[in-house]
Ligand binder design. Structure first.
Ligand code: HSE
Length: 298
């Protein structure tokens, strides 16, 4: 009556797909232990690694779990332990990992009443609590794996996309905290037709390239004229970093979710290791602590 899970980090937006595109990292994530209790309530009994609320209604995992149980009119209680490895405010889906992990594990313990796709709306309630907006571009890939495209929010329709096997993601996390709520508040609410055209052209090309495994096209589609020019101001040395990774042969570079993490998409492990080393060399000369991850997309 208990389950221990790995709940993955995710990279949302991927430049061309603000709020609709995301992917799942296979080597970065939290651990969670979830067990049934006889108390008829959801409790967050332990959190290590981060200072986050234990109160069920203030915790994204608690809120997501309750949304699922309400849908089933279930009175079953659960204890949730969260071993955070992903830092809050990192831009690699910390709240999504907790929300998606909670509903994934509870669904398993209740005999898989929902498909992975059907779990997305419950996990989105955690995102609503964390950022004031129930975006799905982190929770969807956390639950489905690989790449996800949110075709529409109303009604919610999420499509799982293929993940070319040689793709590697290098993620730099400068250790400053940017709250998604704050970095959403600075984005303009309207987009010119000219920018919209370039954005949907790139998003379409990106999806096409995932199917045809056209790595070069994938990289060339990682463009963002809508959000990146505004949010990148919050990220120390963003333009220099882009230069460094592109010089080392990365396919593309952009902001991970709402930042401050940035990602470089690479073809093959060797190239990714070179890009990682170049970022390390560049950033260690700056006065900002950081973490670097290299992961497959699975
Ligand atoms: N699409 C969301 C945003 C992702 O960029 O605000 C947050 O991780």
């Amino acid at each position: 009556d208990e389950i221990r899970i790995f709940s993955p980090a995710t990279v949302a937006n991927l430049s061309c797909g603000f709020d609709v595109l995301g992917c799942c990292l296979d080597s970065v994530g939290d651990e969670m232990l979830i067990r049934k209790n006889d108390l008829g309530e959801v409790r967050i009994t332990k959190i290590t690694g981060q200072d986050l609320p234990l109160e069920t209604d203030k915790n994204v995992a608690g809120v997501a779990a309750k949304a699922l149980l309400e849908e089933l009119s279930s009175k079953q209680g659960f204890d949730i332990e969260i071993y955070k490895k992903i830092k809050a405010g990192s831009g690699i889906g910390s709240s999504a990992a907790s929300s998606a992990g909670a509903v994934f594990a509870i669904n398993k313990l209740l005999g898989e009443r929902f498909s992975a796709n059907e779990l997305i709306p419950f996990a989105m309630e955690g995102e609503r609590l964390a950022s004031g907006n129930a975006h799905a571009d982190n929770v969807a890939p956390a639950l489905l794996g690989g790449f996800s495209l949110v075709k529409s929010y109303d009604p919610l329709e999420v499509i799982n996309l293929p993940s070319p096997s040689e793709l590697r993601m290098v993620v730099l996390h400068p250790l400053i905290e940017i709250k998604t709520k704050d970095s959403r508040s600075i984005i303009k609410q309207s987009v010119s037709l000219k920018k919209a055209i370039s954005q949907w052209g790139n998003l379409g090309a990106f999806v096409s390239a995932l199917y045809t495994e056209d790595y070069e096209l994938l990289g060339r589609s990682l463009k963002d004229e809508v959000v990146e020019p505004i949010r990148s101001i919050l990220i120390p040395y963003f333009d220099d970093l882009k230069q460094v990774v592109m010089d080392k042969g990365a396919l593309g570079f952009g902001i991970s979710g709402s930042g401050p993490s940035v990602f470089a998409l690479c073809k093959g492990n060797e190239k990714a290791e070179n890009v990682k080393a170049a970022i390390n060399d560049f950033y260690k000369s700056k006065d900002i602590a950081f973490e670097l991850h290299l992961s497959k997309i699975n």
